[in-house]
Design a protein around this ligand. Structure first.
Ligand code: NAP
Length: 257
């Protein structure tokens, strides 16, 4: 992934899980990083780790539900590095988990604010910065839940489906201006989100043995790979890591069984 050296990469929800693993993968490839999340302490520790390994990193506290905070994170990236080449809309949450008519409207609304509007905010403020530099790549974290229903996950399924449509809409509007937008559907990944799912006991995903989840490092590597020219054919679609062909393209082991 030598071509990522010097690329200016912004990642939301970078404090833990797939976001942090993506930051490590981009840093290893020599990219410059603007990282946002709500937990400044964890984010700061990650930034220290990456700087010790030679990476240029800026961090900002950023709740993606807050448009102004996302705009400020983009500004921080442009101020520090002179532009933005890769935007990773990663921040997301699984809650509320439960039958639709028993969910709390405020929690359901929070899922929309983070999972859907958070991605919109990233695009709204990230695209002008990318266009100013002649283009770039957007990776939106998607899910199998964007196209399949899962019991008790109405907010997650509906917001991820909407993000897939945002991926398509953005590609259609900006594809001829040097922007490529792709979704990553990583399969199940061993992160705090899967721990929350397991604890809920709701639907088949919560019953999966922990060993079937892929490590977050694999998902992070896929995010970084999607920003390379090798993935240029994957515009306006969700790319899946659940089948052998997808794994092979990223250079990851084939799925078990
Ligand atoms: P995770 O371990 O729960 O981490 C979520 C990250 O998002 C954290 O860094 C968290 O940081 C951040 N975040 C949450 N709410 C935020 C907000 N309002 N503003 C900014 N950051 C926020 O989740 P993950 O498994 O890494 O998931 C990352 C993405 O991958 C999500 O979009 C998820 O839907 C998607 N995904 C995950 C799986 C899986 O199996 N794990 C499968 C398919 C797709 P702070 O708490 O510090 O803000």
């Amino acid at each position: 992934m030598e071509e990522l050296r010097g690329r200016r990469v912004l990642i939301t929800g970078a404090s833990r899980g797939i976001g942090a693993a993506s930051a490590r993968a981009f840093a290893e490839a020599g990219a410059k990083l603007a990282l946002g999340a709500r937990d400044e302490r964890t984010l700061g520790a990650l930034a220290d780790e990456l700087r010790e390994r030679g990476a240029d990193v800026v961090t900002r506290r950023c709740d993606v539900a807050d448009a102004a905070a996302v705009a400020a994170l983009v500004d921080a990236c442009v101020d520090a590095f002179g532009g933005l080449d890769v935007l990773v809309n990663n921040a997301g949450l699984i809650e509320p988990i439960g039958q639709l008519a028993e969910t709390d409207p405020a929690e359901w609304g929070q899922a929309v604010d983070v999972n859907l509007k958070g991605v919109y905010h990233g695009l709204r403020y990230g695209l002008p910065a990318m266009l100013a530099g002649g283009g770039g790549v957007v990776v939106n974290l998607s899910s199998g839940a964007a196209t399949f229903t899962l019991d008790g996950w109405s907010a997650y399924c509906a917001t991820k489906a909407a993000v897939l449509m945002l991926t398509r809409c953005t590609q259609a509007e900006y594809g001829d201006r040097g922007i490529r937008v792709v979704g990553l559907s990583p399969g199940t990944v061993a992160t705090d989100m899967q721990a929350t799912i397991k604890e809920s006991g709701v639907n088949a995903v919560s019953q999966l043995d922990w060993s079937v989840h892929i490590p977050s490092e694999w998902a992070g590597r896929a995010v970084a790979w999607l920003a390379t020219d090798d993935a240029a054919d994957l515009a306006g679609v969700d790319f899946s890591l659940t089948d052998e062909a997808g794994r092979r393209r990223v250079g990851l082991p084939a799925p078990k069984g």
